[in-house]
Design a protein around this ligand. Structure first.
Ligand code: GRF
Length: 203
């Protein structure tokens, strides 16, 4: 695969991980060109971040199509049009169509704000994750970058970094500490994947 690799980033919200990937690519820490940002919402602030950087955007809402297949076909067509080789999910809250997962097998990654396989799966997103960690009494949490396969939060773990849970933490304070780590490890893991080192790392 030629470098820089063509990357699409999928978002649903604020896009701070998107921004971190943009910054890493600009700084030469990530051998990727972000060719497209796909959002499940037309009001996601991440779209503004993309536009500020001159990155093309596409709002993909499955409900806008007559049938699920029609939506999937359109999404695949757009990804092809932009020569996308890798996909990074960054706070994307919708299911990726199976046909996309199959076409991009081992080339779609996600970042999750906990130490998978704990605190993953359906319904485990955003503050729900951090609430569950705090309720469990665990003394550490963290961030995980993993390959996306056909099961939620299930694919091979590429990189993980632990973060302490401090006394008095709230879901917000824990989320903030983990988010800073996400911003660091997402581009590191993607860089390794793009360079063909798809082993597992623990940091
Ligand atoms: C991050 O915590 C990420 O782990 C999760 O969704 C959040 C997205 O935040 N999947 P942002 O939109 O990148 O700021």
């Amino acid at each position: 695969m030629n470098l820089p690799a063509k990357l699409a980033v999928f978002i649903s919200g604020g896009g701070t991980n998107l921004q971190a990937l943009i910054d890493s690519a600009k700084a030469g820490r990530l051998s990727a060109q972000i060719g497209l940002v796909v959002s499940s919402r037309n009001d996601a602030y991440g779209l503004v971040r993309a536009q500020n950087e001159g990155i093309s955007t596409f709002v993909y809402r499955a409900q806008d199509y007559q049938t699920p297949d029609e939506g999937t076909e359109h999404l695949l067509h757009i990804l092809e049009e932009y020569d996308i080789e890798y996909i990074a999910l960054a706070g994307y809250l919708k299911m990726i169509p199976l046909a996309v997962i199959r076409k991009y097998k081992d080339r779609i990654v996600n970042i999750h704000p906990a130490l998978l396989p704990r605190y993953g799966g359906k319904g485990m997103y955003g503050h729900f994750v951090h609430e569950a960690v705090l309720a469990s009494g665990d003394r550490e949490s963290g961030a995980t970058v993993h390959i996306v396969d056909e099961i939620y939060d299930h694919g091979r773990i590429l990189m993980q970094k632990k973060v302490p849970v401090n006394p008095g933490d709230t879901p917000d304070s824990l989320a903030e500490r983990i988010l800073a780590v996400e911003h660091q490890i997402y581009s590191e893991a993607l860089e390794q994947l793009i360079k063909g080192n798809i082993k597992s790392w623990k940091k």
